[in-house]
Design a protein around this ligand. Structure first.
Ligand code: PMP
Length: 446
């Protein structure tokens, strides 16, 4: 494959943008990232005209793939040509809010913002304002965006900011605990319970693996929050309107969080975030409450049109059946390949999420390889070796994945997420042929 034009563009980008990109993960690929030119259904065409089967899908928002259906396109264009925005409320915001409240069990009211980051920043402020407490419990290795309250590493005893630029004191208020460890969460509450405003957790760690919850883990967090008067915030920026369909992961797992953060799909490919939950809590945002929250672009009409029409299209068509069945085929196919070629690696995912994790947690030649997507069921023969925490996944063979595997897959025409720990996404634009081509590439490269 020729990558000359991407190389030239990257050289120019490096002079005017830090690291040549506007979001860190895009530069994870050496020597330079392919620059996107356009998308077609489940495919991406780069600046040199190379075509890839694309499993990044905008890092999650493009549930319908790169070709938006006619009804979505025309609504986007209608809103764009009528405005594009006003700094005044619009009917489409109300309709979108009503749609989400109708489909997501725990959401009665919603505030739209412009990114997943803004959603988690606002949700933590809301929880602190609502409870009058300061501390937030998060999962080690989880990602909730570029949020000063969650960019924290360490544990309950010793912790600090995970990046330059955040005062050390901030980390005092954020307690990282290992995912899937009910004892650690209980200990955090026993020690700090009266000052814990919220637990902020993804239903499935989708930026660190993927790591599935073990049976009963989310129930424990729900109970701890109830016992101590803290809020349970589910970050469904990735899982929202993907895992569990229109009811989101909370309907699949049967847990009712107090607050949910959304992003990605809810904006249909345009910048978005949202904070939803019980009216009593969400109405604490200004102007009805005292927790300040505002944004020039919040509830942007073009975003609202793209998000709402995407979800309406998904409600009226076989979108979830399609993406989930291709997801299943990918996980099953990968399981076969891994059994043959790399039995220590783990296939993870559910619904339309899939990932092959380069872990070596088990003994060298585990007889039972990962069956993929068992969702941490203890009856799985490989349960003991399956990654359960962010740390288990962090020990994966990142260099092998990044320097050898990812580039070789790209040369085979398959574009995987640039970070070993980030999920990959099936869209309505993908086909069985895309799955076959992808599995052939995995077989060859592994
Ligand atoms: N929460 C989760 C779970 C995410 O995966 C992400 C981004 N991938 C964010 C929050 C931040 O969203 P954004 O990049 O839109 O700010």
């Amino acid at each position: 494959m020729n990558h000359e034009r991407s190389g030239d563009l990257y050289d120019r980008a490096l002079s005017v943008m830090p690291g040549g990109v506007n979001s860190s993960v895009r530069a994870a690929i050496e020597p330079y990232p392919p620059f996107a030119e356009r998308g077609e259904a489940g495919h991406l065409i780069d600046a040199d005209g190379n075509r890839y089967v694309d499993w990044v899908m905008g890092l999650g928002p493009l549930l319908l793939g790169h070709d938006l259906p006619e009804q979505v396109q025309s609504e986007i264009q209608r809103q764009a040509s009528a405005g594009p925005m006003y700094g005044m409320p619009t009917e489409i915001e109300v309709e979108h809010a009503e749609f989400v409240a109708r489909h997501v069990p725990s959401v009665e009211m919603i505030r739209f913002v412009n990114s997943g980051t803004e959603a988690t920043v606002s949700a933590t402020r809301l929880a602190r304002g609502y409870t009058g407490r300061n501390k937030i419990v998060v999962m080690q290795g989880s990602y909730h965006g570029a949020n000063d309250s969650t960019l924290v590493e360490g544990d309950i005893d010793e912790r600090g900011p995970s990046t330059q630029g955040i005062p050390t004191e901030f980390a005092e208020h954020t307690i990282p605990v290992p995912f899937n460890d009910p004892e650690a969460a209980t200990e955090a509450f026993e020690e700090h319970g009266d000052d814990i405003a919220a637990v902020l957790v993804e239903p499935i760690l989708a930026n660190k693996g993927i790591v599935h919850p073990v049976d009963g883990y989310h129930e424990t967090l729900r109970d701890l929050c109830d016992d101590y008067g803290s809020l349970l915030i589910w970050d469904e920026v990735i899982t929202g309107f993907r895992v569990g369909g229109l009811g989101c992961a909370q309907s699949k797992f049967g847990i009712e969080p107090d607050v949910t953060t959304f992003g990605k799909i809810i904006g249909g490919g345009f910048p978005v975030g949202a904070i939803g939950g019980k009216s009593e809590i969400i109405s604490q945002f200004t102007p009805s409450g005292d927790v300040f929250q505002a944004g020039t672009f919040s509830g942007h009409p073009v975003t609202m049109a793209a998000g709402l029409e995407t979800l309406r299209f998904a409600a009226e068509n076989d979108v979830y059946e399609h993406v989930n069945s291709l997801g299943e085929k990918l996980r099953e196919g990968l399981t076969e390949i891994v059994r043959e070629r790399a039995p220590e690696y783990t296939v993870a995912g559910t619904d339309s999420l899939f990932k092959l994790i380069f872990t070596r947690n088990g003994p060298e030649n585990v007889a039972d390889t990962c069956s993929g997507g068992c969702q941490q069921n203890e009856s799985c023969a490989r349960f003991d070796y399956c990654p359960k925490t962010g740390a288990d996944v962090a020990a994966a063979e990142t260099d092998r994945w990044r320097r050898r595997f990812w580039p070789a897959m790209k040369e085979q025409g398959v574009f995987l997420s640039q970070n070993q720990f980030e999920s990959q996404f099936v869209s309505y634009g993908h086909t069985e042929a895309d799955v076959e081509e992808t599995l052939d590439a995995y077989r060859e490269v592994l």
